[in-house]
Structures are given as structure tokens and as C-alpha cells.
Design a protein around this ligand. Structure first.
Ligand SMILES: NC(=O)C1=CN([C@@H]2O[C@H](COP(=O)(O)OP(=O)(O)OC[C@H]3O[C@@H](n4cnc5c(N)ncnc54)[C@H](OP(=O)(O)O)[C@@H]3O)[C@@H](O)[C@H]2O)C=CC1
Ligand SMILES: O=C(O)[C@@H]1CCC=N1
Length: 267
């Protein structure tokens, strides 16, 4: 198995980390390249044992997968650079937000392209990943792709257009959770806890709740915490009065809208 990561930033590193940890790929089966930051590639090589793609791009020619992991504004230049080395033996996996399979195929022709939306929890094998693929991805290749993606988390196959929402919920989602955790920590400190205790208690609360949510209905869980006329009811009332659900709805809607815009901007 051989995978070449074109783009070697946060998302590529999270996936590389996950694949190596889960032993689905050996470090020597992974190669990395980027636009210009050689120091970054050397750091990845030193940390994970991966290869750096040579000048002649030989690695790309016989890759089973090519991961496109650059910002949407950079995808056209990146594809122009590699398109002559790609064949239909390779599955192109794009994690680039918004950019459609059709746009990618306009650059590379009718090659097997999968549009994938993972998140950075891939690093610990816990991504929530959405995927859609072009008709050129054969059943056998679909199988290989699902195996690769499921090694770094859950995989949900969706219609391509739904990937904008997947991006808004699952791709960007960890950042909302971290923001919520930051806010909880700040509020805990303001209400009298030490910074260390606030951090520890928030971390443990998120950890426990995340695990509980794996097996139980979210609403049932919430009801079990909420005593009539108690503290949780008072806290939740404040969330409701401040239109928490509307805030979250706007957040997801705006993120999905931005994904569509990015797709149009760079099509
Ligand atoms: N971060 C996240 O949580 C998630 C990100 N994504 C998507 O992943 C993609 C990458 O995001 P992220 O990793 O955060 O971004 P980063 O900015 O961390 O990394 C971008 C990478 O792309 C490289 N690059 C830029 N231009 C080219 C080029 N022409 N050829 C080859 N490589 C190039 C950069 O190289 P150099 O440093 O040399 O310029 C850099 O290695 C985005 O499209 C994003 O939408 C998807 C899901 C989650
Ligand atoms: O912020 C972004 O555009 C990317 C896509 C999903 C997460 N990060």
C-alpha cells in the first residue's frame, strides 16, 4: 500500500498519525509533499518516519491513494503540478472543504476521485468522516477506501451535496466543542475555581459525557441530569433564554454556507 499526501498541514498530519498508530499503514508507505515548507516535511519525516516526495514525483506514479490536503485556494495549482503523474490506478482523496468532485475532475480528467470530510480526531482514530465518490471509483476501490478511512474513525457515506453539512457539523465540529470547553473553563474560573481545577473538571465532564452519548439517547441523558427546580434546570433555562439552539443552528448554517461558497469560488 502506498499513499502520497499532497499538502502536509494539520489535517494531513492528523490522518498520518492515525494511520500509523492504527498500523493500517507503515511509515515507509506514506510520502508527503507541500508547496514550499521543506522544514515542515523534514519534521514530519523525523517524527513519523514518512518519506518526502522527490523532485521527480516518482512516488505519485504508483500510489494507491493520493491525499489532497491543501486549502481550497491552492487546489488548482497543486493539481496542475501533479496531474500528469496520476493514473486511474490511484484513488484521489480530497479533504479540501467545499471543492466538488466535478471541479477536481475538470483538472485531472475522469479519474477515481473521493471527496472526504474527516476531522482532526483522526489522530486518535476517532474522526467522524463523511465520504462521497465519483462513478470512476470501482466497487473494489470503494472497499479499499472504506478500509483506509474506517481505520481513523467512523465513516458515513453521503450524497456529495450533503458534504457541506457534514463539513459544518463534523469537519468543523471539534472546534465548536473546544470553544464550548474554553467558555466552560472561563466561567468556572470566574465563579471561583482555580485554573487547574477548572481545566481538570471540564475535561473530565466532556470525557464522561462523550462516552455516555455513545450508548444513550442525548435527550434522555439530559433529562436524567435535570432535577425539577434544580441547578441544571436553572442553567438550561439560561441557555434557552439566550437562544442557545438558534446560536448553534446559525453556526452550522453559516459553516455549511461557507463550504458552498468555497466550492463556487474555486470551481
Ligand atoms: N484542519 C482541519 O480540521 C480540517 C481541514 N480540512 C481541509 O483540509 C485542507 C487542509 O487544511 P489544513 O491541514 O488545516 O491546512 P494547513 O494550512 O495546515 O496545510 C495546508 C498544506 O497545503 C500545502 N499546500 C499549499 N499549496 C500547495 C500546493 N500548490 N501543492 C502542494 N501543497 C500545497 C501547504 O504547504 P506549504 O506549507 O508549503 O505552503 C500545507 O502543507 C483544507 O482544504 C481544509 O478544508 C478538512 C477537515 C478538517
Ligand atoms: O475551517 C475549515 O475550512 C476546515 C474545514 C473543516 C475544518 N476545517
Amino acid at each position: 500500500m502506498k499513499i502520497v499526501c499532497v499538502g502536509a498541514g494539520s489535517m494531513a498530519e492528523s490522518m498520518i498519525h492515525g494511520w500509523i498508530n492504527k498500523r493500517i499503514l507503515k511509515p515507509e508507505e506514506i510520502s508527503v509533499t507541500n508547496k514550499s515548507d521543506m522544514e515542515r516535511l523534514e519534521n514530519l519525516r523525523d517524527e513519523y518516519g514518512v518519506n518526502i516526495v522527490c523532485e521527480d514525483k516518482k512516488d505519485l506514479k504508483d500510489a494507491n491513494f493520493v491525499l489532497l490536503a491543501m486549502k481550497p485556494k491552492d487546489i488548482a495549482a497543486a493539481l496542475a503540478d501533479i496531474k500528469d503523474t496520476l493514473t486511474d490506478n490511484t484513488i484521489i482523496i480530497s479533504v479540501v472543504a467545499g471543492v466538488s468532485i466535478n471541479t477536481i475532475q475538470k483538472h485531472v480528467g475522469n479519474l477515481p476521485v473521493a471527496r472526504v470530510m474527516p476531522n482532526t480526531s483522526a489522530q486518535i482514530g476517532k474522526s467522524a468522516t463523511g465520504v462521497a465518490w465519483s462513478k470512476y471509483v470501482t466497487v473494489e476501490k470503494q472497499h479499499d477506501l472504506r478500509k483506509l478511512l474506517s481505520s481513523i474513525g467512523g465513516v458515513t457515506v453521503v450524497e456529495e451535496d450533503q458534504l457541506h453539512t457534514v463539513t459544518a457539523v463534523a469537519g468543523s465540529g471539534p472546534a465548536y466543542i473546544y470553544y464550548f470547553a474554553e467558555a466552560m473553563r472561563e466561567a468556572a474560573i470566574e465563579n471561583g475555581l482555580s485554573s487547574a481545577d477548572a481545566k481538570k473538571l471540564v475535561r473530565q465532564t466532556f470525557d464522561g459525557a462523550a462516552e455516555m452519548m455513545q450508548q444513550n439517547d442525548f435527550t434522555e441523558l439530559r433529562k436524567k441530569v435535570t432535577s425539577p427546580n434544580g441547578t441544571t434546570a436553572a442553567g438550561l433555562e439560561s441557555l434557552e433564554n439566550n437562544q442557545f439552539k438558534k446560536i448553534i443552528n446559525d453556526c452550522v448554517t453559516q459553516a455549511a454556507k461557507r463550504s458552498r461558497e468555497l466550492g463556487k469560488e474555486f470551481e
